[in-house]
Write a protein that binds this ligand. Structure first.
Ligand SMILES: CC(C)(COP(=O)(O)OP(=O)(O)OC[C@H]1O[C@@H](n2cnc3c(N)ncnc32)[C@H](O)[C@@H]1OP(=O)(O)O)[C@@H](O)C(=O)NCCC(=O)NCCS
Length: 198
């Protein structure tokens, strides 16, 4: 198996490294632009984000736009999909490169997940959902069937989205919100039911 270079020596990077090791990667190194960070989860930081040595790349950065920029910079490199062994991913699910599916997550049949997405711990994406590129479905968030989520949208921890709801790109759905209607204007939404945050 190739060397895996993880960009972003953060808490998120730590979880990604754990999943990579469980996926069989033995040679794992990190890149980070903070020169004071020397290691992450026991793996060495060997340079900055623009200085990747040979190997596959995984961008483990929470900010969607930064994740998108770094993934694009390394578009000619292999960027694997990492899936924790305890995640349940149905057979006919599509997952784009550079996405990670964390422990206990469930992705049901017909779902399409774009590239550079984070399907975080114990979240669920139900049948026929379409999650566009660079989205983050946070810890414990639940998307019912046939939900669509636009590019770079961040669904916060513990959010619930009702079936057939469409959420446009560039949104932040605050922790614990319940989205019961389509959201077509980018912005931050909070509460039950979710409303735009002033
Ligand atoms: C929505 C969010 C981005 C707002 O952050 P912010 O702009 O810094 O907001 P503030 O903390 O300044 O709060 C502003 C007001 O909104 C309220 N508020 C903030 N987040 C809220 C939420 N999720 N639900 C309900 N109310 C919320 C605050 O109570 C505060 O109300 P007040 O003015 O009456 O005191 C943030 O609170 C949030 O929910 N982030 C998601 C974190 C997350 O899910 N992480 C996942 C890791 S896997």
């Amino acid at each position: 198996m190739n060397r895996l270079i993880i960009i972003g020596a953060s808490g998120h990077g730590k979880v990604v490294a754990d999943i990579a090791a469980l996926n069989g990667y033995k040679d794992i190194v990190f890149l980070d632009d903070d020169e004071t960070v020397k290691e992450c989860a026991g793996y060495p930081v060997v340079g900055k984000s623009a200085e990747a040595p040979e190997g596959e790349i995984f961008v483990a950065v929470g900010n969607a736009e930064t994740r998108q920029r770094l993934m694009t910079n390394y578009k000619d490199r292999e960027q694997p999909v990492l899936i924790h062994p305890s995640a349940v991913v149905a057979k006919n699910v599509q997952i784009g490169s550079g996405s990670v599916v964390m422990a206990g997550a469930v992705i049901n049949p017909g779902a399409i997940i774009g590239k550079g997405c984070i399907i975080n711990t114990s979240s669920s994406v139900d049948h026929d959902c379409i999650i566009d590129d660079f989205c983050h479905i946070s810890v414990g968030a639940h998307l019912a069937g046939t939900v669509t989520v636009g590019e770079c949208t961040w669904i916060g921890t513990g959010v619930t989205v009702s079936n057939n709801v469409n959420i446009c790109g560039g949104c932040m759905i605050g922790a614990g919100a319940v989205v019961i209607k389509d959201i077509s204007i980018s912005g931050t939404y909070i509460g039950v039911p979710a409303k735009i945050k002033n």
